[in-house]
Ligand binder design. Structure first.
Ligand code: SF4
Ligand code: FES
Length: 253
């Protein structure tokens, strides 16, 4: 065995996982933390660890993973109290005792699994996060509207959100206001405000996000910006939309 392999083996630990357990379909069983031990493996992610725990120790453990690569946005959870995508976290970067809990702010499905999709859909319907155009029927034969490469890059940058919910769980306002648009929603509004195909005016955007559930609810704690796994410029987008909306308010009243 070479020196590097031997060194790696020596640094592998016995991990203790303290995992939140609760099934909302069985309210008679109170929420609890269950403890499991697992031998760490080389390059082990929390995805690998949780699957091994489920396969070898507890088949009832509920959690979500699809892509395992930070793309589908389904593996968000609180890892030692911090919201992150579990598929992208290596156990070697964590202490030997790891606590796992579901993302706060979303409907609990069971244990570590939450319904981010339901919240994202509600947010999208409230904010109408799609291109608004006066065109009645889309004409599929029409040549696509050209766009400056610089602008399309800006739009692409904001489109990289995977709707994981990490920013919402990391947000103080979101925990107090269930209808808060969150960084995810405000980022989407900034994306459509930039898009020349969207015919909404700033006053139209103000109608939707010009209040405490929108840009003026943000307390600038910046948990969203610190923790977004896609490193989206969330603080910048919220500040941009807030300035726009404050200016619009001056013009309206
Ligand atoms: S903005 Fe970032 S943290 Fe928030 S949902 Fe999108 S990818 Fe996740
Ligand atoms: S499993 Fe898809 S983002 Fe983690």
């Amino acid at each position: 065995m070479n020196t590097i392999a031997a060194k790696n083996l020596h640094s592998l630990r016995t991990l203790t996982f303290n995992i939140f357990r609760y099934d909302p379909k069985r309210p008679e069983v109170k929420p609890r933390m269950d403890s499991y031990q697992l031998e760490e493996a080389d390059a082990m992610t929390l995805f690998i660890a949780l699957n091994e725990l489920r396969e070898t120790q507890d088949p009832t453990l509920q959690f979500d993973f699809v892509c395992r690569a930070g793309i589908c946005g389904s593996s968000g959870m609180l890892i030692n109290g911090v919201p992150k995508l579990a598929c992208r976290v290596l156990t070697k970067d964590l202490p030997a005792t790891i606590s796992l809990a579901p993302l706060p702010g979303f409907e609990l499905i069971g244990d570590l699994s939450v319904n981010t999709g339901k919240w994202m859909r509600g947010m999208s319907e409230r904010l109408e996060t799609w291109i608004h155009t006066s065109e009645q029927e889309p004409d599929f034969h029409k040549i696509e509207q050209p766009m400056e490469p610089e602008l399309s890059e800006k739009l692409y940058e904001l489109e990289r959100c995977v709707e994981c919910g990490v920013c919402f769980s990391a947000c103080g306002t979101a925990q107090m206001r269930p209808n808060f648009a969150g960084a995810v929603g405000l980022n989407q509004m900034a994306r459509f405000q930039l898009d020349p195909r969207d015919e909404r005016t700033d006053a139209d955007f103000y109608e939707v996000i010009g209040d405490e559930n929108g840009v003026f609810g943000c307390m600038t704690l910046l948990g969203c910006d610190d923790l977004c796994p896609k490193e989206l410029p969330l603080a910048q987008q919220i500040a941009y939309m807030r300035r726009k909306m404050a200016k619009t308010r001056k013009g309206l009243f």
